[in-house]
Design a protein around this ligand. Sequence first.
Ligand SMILES: *Cc1c(COP(=O)(O)O)cnc(C)c1O
Length: 409
Amino acid sequence: MEDNTMSNATQLLHSIPVDPLTGAISVPIYQTSTFVQEAPGVNKGYDYARSNNPTRATVEDIIAKLEKGSTGIAFSSGLAAIDAVIKLLKTGDEIVAVDDIYGGAFRLFAQVYEKFGITVKYVDTTNNENVFNAVNAQTKLIWLETPTNPTLKISDIAAIAKIAKANNCLLCVDNTFASPALQNPLVLGADLVVHSATKYLGGHSDLIAGIVVTKDAALGAKVKFLQNACGAILSPFDSWLLIRGIETLHLRVKQHCINAQVIAEYLQNHPLVDKVHYPGLPSHPNHEIAKKQSKGFGGIVSFSLKEDTEAAAVSFVTSTKYFLLAESLGGIKSLVSHPANMTHKSIPAATRRLNGVKDSLIRLSVGLEEVEDLVSDLEQAFEKLKSGIALQPLTVSKERSTTVCSTSE
Ligand SMILES: *Cc1c(COP(=O)(O)O)cnc(C)c1O
């Protein structure tokens, strides 16, 4: 793991331009729909704000540099970004995707794109051979997430990029969990990166946004065309808010990693814990690949309980006081969730368990509180679990069980 966090942070901060018109050190919010032209077609590079907007262009440029790509495109959500990448395909094309895929991407592929004749093969991408065997002449896109949600599986981006190249198909990596502070898939050979900027890039749980970055400009132009044709742009204010969040990305992610490592080690030694999933633990099956391709192991930790029941997990997640019970991740405040009852509820129990999402699996998005306070919070939740005096989980599970599709995060 090379440690060039400092120089990257410096590069980032100085890639955020000072306003050339006024000297404003904060990027101006161009809250406008159109731009006055000197003569028909003669303008200052902007004509209509769906096509382009200076505030959005600034965040797109910042994130393209962060991911070391050529073109950044900012969308109104992470799913809109994923949607734009899938629109590069046509009827008859196939996707080979990570089996532990983000639920919203699964829903988009299965319930929207399948009816247009785009099919998806899901494989365990932690084994490169599975990817190699799944790719055929129709495969036009390989879709990875690494680390995955919620079991933090790691795939070898560079090895899978070689398979993509040899088979003339694109490799897209959803880099939401790692963030560009830790991992740059384009440098490892991917063609596209997508982000739910809602998570670590924004970092403050205050906006919904998505990003696509492409390695080469020609592909970037295609995605940009699709965005303008379909319309899912990030607003000027949210673009500004995203820049504001990204300014502290390196600092935040560094601390998320430090806190998460402490918590993963604490959990691993806890008598009530069955298994801890965290790529920073030497016991993680893909620890070596994680070390090779990322600068750190991120802020998400998940674990199952020895008492492997939903009731035990629900007791735990309703007992913590600093870890707030909510979907989403990557914000400054710590969050806890119970995938079996929340993000993964729409997946049949047998399939879910087969993918390693046990009934008692608990996911933590480790925030930026003092880590000692977070450990004590977990400790008191374990104590309550032991003595069986946790809050009754009725309201939580009843509300969630009426949700039609809970892969919303
Ligand atoms: C949240 C998330 C998304 C979807 O992003 P939205 O901003 O909620 O649309 C996609 N991929 C991953 C890995 C996510 O965690």
